[in-house]
Design a protein around this ligand. Structure first.
Ligand SMILES: Nc1ncnc2c1ncn2[C@@H]1O[C@H](COP(=O)(O)OP(=O)(O)OP(=O)(O)O)[C@@H](O)[C@H]1O
Ligand SMILES: [Mg+2]
Length: 402
């Protein structure tokens, strides 16, 4: 017993740094392969004293392409190097799940006036004036970052916030302060949806973060792994494998790091001396499971019942038993009956099929049944069948047990 406790208290032999350095809590000292993008961002921050330049930038790129990391890195670098000549104040709001641009504005006011309370019923105009006055007084470069701006629950609220904040500069009269606004989005068409009048007034400038390639992901992982693992800590080939997996999921650096992190957690749980491919494969299926579980949680009750029906059909699928929409409908009705729930109409079920396809659970494909026999739609589950059934069976909706 004592030896077990002592062993558990020791950090694993394969680690030389904190495992947290593989998570998003950690601000890496270097951002690789984003020099051009970071130069563009830095130029905007630093040239914001010249009124003629546009002072707002839309930053786009898929999830995990380094947008937040790059913007943070530039801000910290400018703050560190230009502290005396050009003080820089960064106001950052994450828009995920925010309901209104009022809520965003309060977040920004709380940051520019630290320690001052902002009552939730403060009128919008008041918030704007407080922000403007504090910005005026600061005599600084003020960088406002609206991160994940497309995740605001209502699009219009995000557009309103961008419009309002882009106005700040024209009202900062007689002050040395200047505002630069960055709106970060992983919806590549976000800015295109702004009203034409707003777009032309804002002169929407865009910066695109392309997905990382496999070699770029390998560089990013190698750089990070050096901080965390001892030289012998990772079995050869692991970095290349994680980079290849992430390159397949739209070059997502977050995914690559998460895979390595989970593998190290599993290796540590097992008391291993080294992180091996075996740990990485276990981590991969655990992460897959988590991603599917998250997606399933967001489905409605009838979508879950439909998915369960398709998963059950897939479990017994052979090359001769294609899953036609007719069989899906039968299976779905059987699940409804089992649940004592009234099945939806055919039309509604078709709509649900499109919905769960767009969420990445299934793919459908129209096939000809051969001469004179017409065409039918074939459905295929695109997520691992056993995990899907297990997650659905554990869902409180079903309570079917194992
Ligand atoms: N070029 C890079 N060098 C080092 N680390 C990176 C790089 N790009 C991304 N990362 C790391 O990958 C993770 C994801 O990056 P980041 O959060 O910047 O993605 P994002 O583009 O903002 O994604 P999302 O759209 O989902 O918010 C972070 O932990 C970040 O530190
Ligand atoms: Mg981000």
């Amino acid at each position: 017993m004592e030896s077990l406790v002592l062993r558990k208290l020791q950090p694993p032999r394969f680690l030389k740094g904190d495992l947290e350095m593989l998570t998003e809590k950690y601000d890496p000292p270097r951002i690789l392969h984003r020099d051009k993008e970071m130069e563009h961002i830095a130029e905007m921050v630093l040239s914001s004293t010249t009124q003629s330049q546009p002072n707002h930038l839309f930053i786009y790129g898929k999830s995990g392409s380094g947008k937040t990391a790059a913007v943070n890195h530039v801000i910290h670098t400018v703050q560190r190097l230009a502290r005396a000549s050009r003080p820089t104040v960064a106001l950052q709001a994450n828009c995920r799940n925010q309901v209104s641009h009022h809520a965003l504005l309060s977040q920004l006011v709380e940051q520019i006036e630290p320690g001052r309370f902002v009552p939730s019923n403060t009128a919008w105009r008041n918030l704007y004036n407080r922000l403007l006055q504090a910005a005026q007084k600061a005599e600084a470069n003020i960088v406002i970052v609206l991160d994940e701006v497309n995740r605001l629950t209502k699009k219009k609220e995000g557009f309103d916030a961008i419009y309002t904040l882009s106005n700040l500069n024209s009202e900062l009269t007689g002050s040395r302060s200047m505002v630069t606004l960055f709106a970060i989005s992983n919806d590549l068409h976000y800015g295109d949806q702004l009203e034409q009048s707003v777009r032309s007034r804002l002169k929407v400038e865009k910066l695109y973060f392309a997905p990382y390639s496999q070699p770029q992901l390998a560089d990013i992982l190698t750089d990070r792994a050096k901080l965390v693992f001892t030289e012998e800590g990772l079995e050869a080939g692991i970095v290349a494998y994680c980079a290849a997996r992430a390159a397949q999921t739209h070059g997502d650096a977050r995914h690559a790091l998460a895979l390595l992190h989970k593998a190290a957690v599993i290796a540590s749980r097992d008391g291993a001396l080294q992180v091996t491919m075996h740990h990485v494969l276990e981590a991969r299926s655990a992460l897959e499971h988590d991603i599917i579980a998250e997606g399933i949680q967001r489905l409605t009750a009838h979508e879950k019942m439909l998915l369960l029906a398709i998963a059950r059909l897939s479990q017994h699928q052979t090359s001769n038993t294609l899953i036609t929409t007719g069989r899906v409908l039968e299976g779905y009705r059987a699940v409804c009956q089992q649940m004592g729930s009234e099945p939806l109409t055919l039309q509604s079920v078709n709509r649900l099929l499109t919905d769960i396809a767009s969420q990445g659970f299934i793919a459908s494909d129209v096939r000809s049944l051969g001469r004179g026999r017409g065409r039918t739609t074939i459905v295929n589950l695109t997520v691992p069948v056993e995990s899907t059934i297990k997650i659905l069976q554990d869902d409180h909706l079903f309570h079917l047990g194992g």
